[in-house]
Design a protein around this ligand. Structure first.
Ligand SMILES: NC(=O)c1ccc[n+]([C@@H]2O[C@H](COP(=O)([O-])OP(=O)(O)OC[C@H]3O[C@@H](n4cnc5c(N)ncnc54)[C@H](OP(=O)(O)O)[C@@H]3O)[C@@H](O)[C@H]2O)c1
Length: 211
């Protein structure tokens, strides 16, 4: 697929590098092609392409949004250009003392969707730390894969994201409409609290047992 990344820091680079290795065409939508995050990502993954945000977004079928939540309005300016695109929202609104950045009144993904009403927003790749985007292998669990929970209003877009999740070694779990993203964002806060505050470390993920 033709994929673009807005934000190519820790999360963006980890996902983009894995997707380019799987054979996708992955382009960084670069505000500044000479920035540290862009040059470091390309040095690490030389098959990543770099283009202006306008060109990268126009060519992409799927766009990953992997910027700090505070910058999503700037990153999604001129929202019309996202019309019809699948936009994977990898951002997390994190407030002070690990509270929800929008006071749990509305999910960050609903805010993102409101900025680009014609895009097909799916929240995914958020519920655990970037260490697990670098390496999501957990030996010893047989066929059980780590779960990647997603939320969004467009069923077809979620199917596209589910396929990408599977290619990357996750079990995709559709949790429902975009409003459910609020619960995923709280799940993320829980992961951060356990891993980074309480000392469990980053080497754990969520999984689903089903009967
Ligand atoms: N770190 C984690 O463990 C983790 C896990 C899951 C989800 N997340 C979420 O993923 C998002 C990214 O986190 P990260 O750790 O990857 O952050 P990061 O390493 O700081 O990278 C942020 C990226 O966003 C770019 N950026 C900043 N403002 C922008 C704008 N206005 N337009 C376009 N690009 C912009 C930065 O570019 P420059 O270098 O040019 O400034 C950089 O490439 C956050 O919302 C975070 O909550 C993080």
């Amino acid at each position: 697929m033709n994929l673009a990344f807005i934000g190519i820091g820790q999360v963006g680079a980890a996902l983009a590098g894995s997707l380019v290795a799987l054979g996708h065409t992955v382009t960084i939508a670069a505000r500044d092609p000479g920035s540290k995050s862009v040059t470091e990502a390309v040095a690490r993954f030389p098959h990543l392409a770099v283009a202006s945000p306008e060109d990268a977004i126009a060519a992409a079928e799927v766009i990953f949004l992997a910027t700090p939540f505070a910058t999503v309005e700037a990153a999604l300016a001129n929202g019309d250009r996202f019309a019809g695109k699948v936009l994977i929202d990898c951002t997390n609104p994190v407030g002070s003392n690990l509270t929800h950045g929008l006071n749990s009144e509305r999910s960050g993904s609903e805010f993102v969707q409101s900025l680009v009403p014609q895009a097909r927003v799916v929240k995914a790749f958020t519920i655990c730390g970037v260490e697990n985007f670098e390496d999501n292998t957990y030996p010893g669990y047989g066929d059980l894969k780590p779960a990647m929970l997603m939320a969004g209003d467009d069923a077809e877009a979620k199917q596209v994201v589910a396929t990408l999740c599977q290619e990357l070694g996750w079990e995709p779990v559709d949790t429902g409409p975009i409003s459910t993203a609020l619960h995923l964002e709280h799940m993320t806060l829980l992961w951060i609290k356990m891993a980074r505050v309480q000392g469990a470390g980053a080497g754990f993920v969520w999984a689903r047992l089903q009967r």
